[in-house]
Design a protein around this ligand. Structure first.
Ligand code: KIV
Length: 294
């Protein structure tokens, strides 16, 4: 059997970055992510919206790439994620997937189900998820708890891996009254905990926890052995971390969230900055809990 991997094809836009030793690994799969989770090794995730940045992040060793609906703000200049369409998500998921294939990438590819694409019924969610899976996603992400659990179960039972998302759920920013920390008081923390347990029970393999108190995120992580928590503004006690790539590269059209670190500081290339992020997460040096007031 020939085990030598073929060289990456030449790019008309310049040479794509070679894989770093960190990235010399097998394709990331659901069992591999469960293994990392069980072993207590932090899982690294970044958003990606196009082929080239996806290839660079993969070469830098990021395990999971999220085609987040944050592309509405980052790529489309929208005021929130509410206006992002399923067609936009399909286009960017396909672009990222192609970028990964061009460099024999190994990252696990997650795509956001956008606002309105899974709210009507589990059947609608299945139709929307099918579009993203056929565009190259390995897993879909959806926001919210309670009413979403039957939808998660419906998708998982049909072979679609699901990442849930609780805490600050940007698609409901108008109902939440802004981009604020969630789960601060006891009642809100209890609801969040109940939703998280229901989502794990429904089969969600991952759970993004956005802007929740670090103590709550740490406690939930311990209670969810079958669902890896991925924090963003949720302290360092989660099973993994995610950031919007443009934020961690120090480029943001709006206000930089307080929990973000600019990894371009002291690094001469995007790849070096992303490698620094991967190392910092793996070694527990990011996030810095002192950067969280909550
Ligand atoms: O859309 C997105 O980028 C996200 C992350 C912030 C988790 O959902």
């Amino acid at each position: 059997m020939n085990t030598t991997s073929a060289p990456a094809p030449a790019s008309p836009y310049g040479t794509l970055p070679p894989a770093s030793p960190l990235a010399q690994r097998k394709p990331v799969s659901l069992p591999r992510l469960a293994q990392l989770h069980a072993a207590g090794e932090k899982i690294t995730m970044l958003t990606a919206y196009d082929a080239t940045f996806a290839a660079v992040a993969d070469a830098a060793g990021v395990e999971c790439l999220l085609v987040g609906d944050s592309l509405g703000m980052v790529c489309q200049g929208l005021p929130s994620t509410v206006g992002v369409s399923l067609e936009a998500m399909r286009y960017h998921t396909e672009s990222v997937s192609r970028g990964l294939h061009r460099v024999q990438g190994t990252a696990w590819l997650i795509a956001d189900l956008p606002f309105g694409s899974y709210h009507e019924s589990p059947e609608q969610a299945l139709r929307s998820a099918t579009v993203l899976m056929q565009a190259g996603a390995h897993m879909v992400k959806l926001e919210g708890g309670g009413w979403t659990a039957p939808t998660v179960r419906f998708l998982v039972e049909r072979g679609i891996p699901v990442c849930a998302h609780l805490g600050l759920t940007p698609q409901t920013v108008h109902a939440l009254g802004g981009y604020r920390v969630q789960g601060r008081d006891d009642a809100a923390a209890q609801t969040l905990r109940r939703h998280a347990l229901e989502l794990q029970d429904a089969g969600a393999a991952m759970l993004v926890l956005e802007m929740v108190p670090a103590a709550l995120a740490t406690a939930l992580t311990a209670e969810l052995p079958r669902c890896a928590t991925i924090g963003i503004g949720a302290g360092k006690g989660t099973a993994g971390q995610v950031l919007v790539m443009h934020d961690m590269l120090g480029i943001n059209l709006g206000k930089m969230p307080k929990f973000v670190r600019n990894f371009m500081d002291g690094h001469g290339s995007v790849k070096a900055a992303i490698e620094a992020y991967v190392r910092a997460v793996k070694e527990g040096r990011f996030p810095d809990d002192a950067a969280h007031a909550w």
